[in-house]
Design a protein. Structure first.
Length: 332
């Protein structure tokens, strides 16, 4: 057996995760095992299994043309620092309890250093038509080579400064730019902080006016593009009160920042009017209005009937004109 890919030493912050990869080749296909030795001088090598360390250790292995194995450890602590060893062997007696293997296990090692996560202090300052976000690291232990601000996986700002603090200014109001913003300190490993701009629900209707035919199903939709997400949605109708699923004619489906009201068998007299979608989150409430107009099933026929009537009137006028017109004299 021989290695074609070996695990690489890595630095990680506490509470992060780490992944080590190992790949071996041989005939027959070798088995791969993972072993660990901590930084404590009295600690000895111990084999790692899938589900070890309170199910924080996950091992995935495949044995096809050659052997591949990946070990991942979640929610790292200082005790996870140490040397991780990938062992491979294709000796038939490699796991025998009494016989010694003829060919020893080959080994490849990598060190994982778990660094205490530095505390990041965040702040949101609201000014006239602008919002300033800031992040500061208390007592940075790692050299910083730059900063970056990210929102919805889009890079908003980056620099190569080495300071322990960074800020980003947004032009506009909090309601226009709510969401989760990440401040990143470029180091080894990378240090990430999170700044939230939280506002009450800013509810909007997909369409402020909806139309439906009598007897069909009407669909009204509202959304909340702001942060945090809505915890409770409700629908009301002008002069009717709150609408409930249990009524039989109304079906309300809400998920996260979207809600939908379906009205079965629309009625011109009963269902025409204004509907209100109301949203609630941890900071307050917000609502929007949707006007529903219900048309008769024959409404689509009126334009056609009007055209037919116009044609009939025109034909009648031509017919009467032709009847009353004097005939031309017939020449000899």
């Amino acid at each position: 057996a021989g290695f074609i890919k070996s695990p690489l030493s890595q630095k990680r912050l506490a509470q992060d995760s780490v992944e080590l990869y190992c790949e071996a080749i041989g005939n027959p296909i070798p088995e791969i095992q993972w072993w660990f030795e901590g930084n404590d001088p009295n600690e000895t090598h111990a084999q790692l299994w899938d589900g070890a360390r309170q199910d924080r250790v996950k091992i995935n292995a495949t044995y096809n043309l050659h052997s591949t194995s990946t070990i991942s450890i979640a929610n790292l602590t200082a005790d996870d620092s140490g040397m991780y060893e990938c062992r491979a062997s294709n000796d038939p007696d490699r796991n025998h309890l009494s016989k010694s293997p003829k060919v020893k296990w080959i080994r490849s090692q990598a060190n994982v250093f778990v660094i205490e996560r530095p505390e990041i202090v965040t702040n949101v300052t609201v000014g006239p038509d602008k919002v300033t976000l800031s992040c500061s690291i208390s007592a940075p232990q790692l050299p910083i080579t730059g900063h970056k601000w990210i929102h919805k996986e889009k890079t908003l700002q980056e620099d190569s400064n080495s300071g322990a603090s960074t800020s980003y200014t947004i032009e506009g109001t909090m309601e226009e730019h709510s969401g989760i913003y990440e401040c990143i300190f470029e180091a080894n490993p990378q240090i990430r902080g999170q700044v939230n701009i939280s506002v009450p629900p800013q509810v909007t209707a997909y369409k402020k006016s909806e139309h439906g035919n009598e007897g069909d199903t009407g669909v009204l939709t509202c959304k909340n593009p702001s942060f945090p997400a809505v915890t409770t949605w409700s629908w009301h109708k002008s002069g009717h009160g709150r609408l409930e699923n249990a009524s039989g004619r109304y079906i309300i489906k809400s998920s996260g920042n979207k809600t939908e009201l379906r009205i079965l068998k629309l009625d011109i007299e009963q269902d025409t009017g204004d509907y209100f979608c109301n949203a609630t989150n941890s900071l307050g409430t917000g609502d929007a209005t949707v006007n529903l107009r219900v048309r008769s099933r024959l409404a689509a026929l009126w334009p056609f009937l009007g055209i037919v009537a116009e044609v009939l009137v025109l034909v009648t006028i031509i017919f009467i004109y032709e009847k009353r017109r004097k005939p031309d004299e017939v020449p000899d």
